[in-house]
Design a protein around this ligand. Structure first.
Ligand SMILES: [Zn+2]
Ligand SMILES: [Zn+2]
Length: 142
């Protein structure tokens, strides 16, 4: 594939990622696109960097449909290093109620964990965050 075609496909995949909330709703109906800033040193920025590093190092596990071509992918903080296509999103479902109530940031188990989504290029990435961790985030539009 030539570079221009690749870039066009990547651009399309990135745009489509934002439109794919409905697919994610299959496993996380209440998930919303995150609206927090990710300054250097923030937990979410580290998560995003980790996903990119894992992808670039070719150590990510994927469903069988993921090829090298740009496409919308899905990942979750509770399934580190695993990326799937939208048909296989069920693979990201949390396995038990305890996992649902575990904050991916601090590890505390609480009823106050909400699921948020962040977009990393063409990847829609879900993470659970407790109210206390959420309160320490900086809103994007203060
Ligand atoms: Zn798949
Ligand atoms: Zn927390």
């Amino acid at each position: 594939m030539n570079t221009t075609a690749y870039n066009d496909q990547m651009h399309a995949a990135c745009s489509e990622a934002a439109a794919q909330m409905t697919a994610m709703a299959a496993i996380e109906p209440d998930a919303e696109i995150s609206t927090v800033a990710t300054p250097v040193g923030s937990w979410l920025r580290d998560q995003r960097a980790g996903v990119i590093a894992c992808w670039e190092a070719d150590t990510a596990t994927t469903c069988q449909h993921v090829t090298g071509a740009p496409q919308v992918l899905f990942g979750a903080a509770w399934k580190p290093g695993h990326l799937v296509c939208n048909s296989c999103i069920i693979q990201l479902k949390t396995l038990n109620p305890l996992e649902e109530k575990t904050c991916d940031q601090c590890g505390n188990v609480t009823e106050d964990v909400d699921t948020h989504l962040t977009i990393i290029g063409p990847i829609l990435y879900a993470y659970g965050q407790c109210a206390a961790c959420r309160a320490n985030e900086i809103p994007l539009h203060a």
